[in-house]
Design a protein around this ligand. Structure first.
Ligand code: ADP
Length: 317
């Protein structure tokens, strides 16, 4: 039995951001519920709260001229006291703003005022896969294939831009009005410059063994997390889930999880999950091979899903 490293919350050690400031534009968040980007001359009506993160609150906002809606991530500056936190936010912006893909939440713009930093994001009104799982428990195999195909496309694109996401979990898989999957939250993402990383980083349940063992790791850690996501969609619980972080880490290090069986997934599904959750990162499939795997390329997957799937099983052939 292998003893995992101490069960501390993974520490964030951030690479130097490539810009020294996030000052793209100047904003004013007024008391009356408006956000004003004074440099660009745009004003937005601040609507309801969409969600809360570590430092951030995310609101639905509407451009008062174009009537276009966005999700606005607002980070109060008084919470960004440590240099490392500021660097983390700058890094998130620098990475996220480069990305443009149908399966990635679009960052339209960012700005700041004396109080806050604002990130203007594509609004995802159907929330996230964590909400789907909350209501549904788990999803059907055709739905899992539908979500997974889009996740693989999104992550392939992110990797093609030389970025490792490092926090691929259902809570970061957002859903558009038309139920298109959009990968978001680049707060832990990194652009490794060809070097392999050693920083422990990620969400405990979906953290790859090589990250826990403090070995160098790379894009394969995201492939592992995709396996954890597919498993969670099909089973309703993450593969290495347990009551304590220490036990979860121990299960990951010892590769102890309940494999899928015929009651949960087809043989192809079982095979794909096993492959994605290979403890040896070198033996995990490339995302090109994942796309071609029979589970995603041959077995039935709907081309679209109704938004009722957020709450109830769809009637599928
Ligand atoms: P943090 O990085 O601080 O964890 P997140 O980016 O995860 O913050 O956002 C916090 C919450 O805000 C999310 O869990 C979600 O509920 C909501 N949210 C974030 N981005 C969007 C978006 N683009 N559309 C809709 N809701 C969002």
């Amino acid at each position: 039995r292998i003893t995992p490293p101490p069960a501390t919350t993974p520490a964030l050690v951030c690479a130097q951001p490539s810009a020294s400031s996030w000052n793209e534009s100047i904003a004013t968040e007024s008391e009356e519920g408006y956000v004003v980007d004074s440099k660009k001359g745009n004003a937005y009506f601040k609507g309801h709260l969409l969600g809360k993160g570590g430092f951030a609150k995310v609101y639905l906002i509407t451009d008062i001229t174009t009537r276009k809606q966005y999700a606005c991530k607002i980070i109060p500056k008084h919470q960004i006291v440590q240099k490392i936190h500021k660097q983390k936010i700058i890094r998130e912006i620098m990475i996220h703003k480069q990305l443009n893909h149908v399966n990635v939440v679009q960052m339209h713009h960012y700005f700041e005022d004396s109080l806050n930093v604002y990130m203007l994001l594509e609004a995802c009104p159907k929330k996230s896969l964590v909400h789907v799982l909350k209501y549904r428990g788990k999803v059907t195999e055709p739905e899992a294939r539908y979500y997974m195909k889009q996740l693989v496309d999104g992550v392939s694109y992110i990797h093609s831009r030389k970025i490792i996401h490092r926090d691929l979990k259902p809570g970061n898989m957002f859903l558009s009005e038309r139920m298109i999957v959009k990968i978001g939250d680049f707060g832990l993402a990194t652009q490794p410059d060809g070097q392999r990383r050693v920083t422990i980083c990620g969400t405990p349940n979906f953290i790859a063994p090589e990250v826990l063992f403090k070995q160098s790791y790379s894009y394969e850690a995201d492939v592992w997390a995709l396996g954890c996501n597919l498993y969670t969609l099909l089973v309703g619980q993450p593969p290495f889930d347990s009551a304590t972080l220490k036990e979860t880490y121990s299960r990951i290090c010892n590769h102890r999880y309940r494999e899928l069986d015929d009651t949960i997934a087809t043989r192809a599904g079982q095979d794909l999950v096993r492959w994605l959750l290979q403890p040896n990162p070198q033996l995990r499939p490339s995302l090109e091979l994942v796309k071609q795997h029979p589970y995603l390329s041959q077995e039935y997957s709907p081309s679209s899903l109704p938004d009722s799937c957020c709450y109830t099983s769809p009637r599928l052939p």
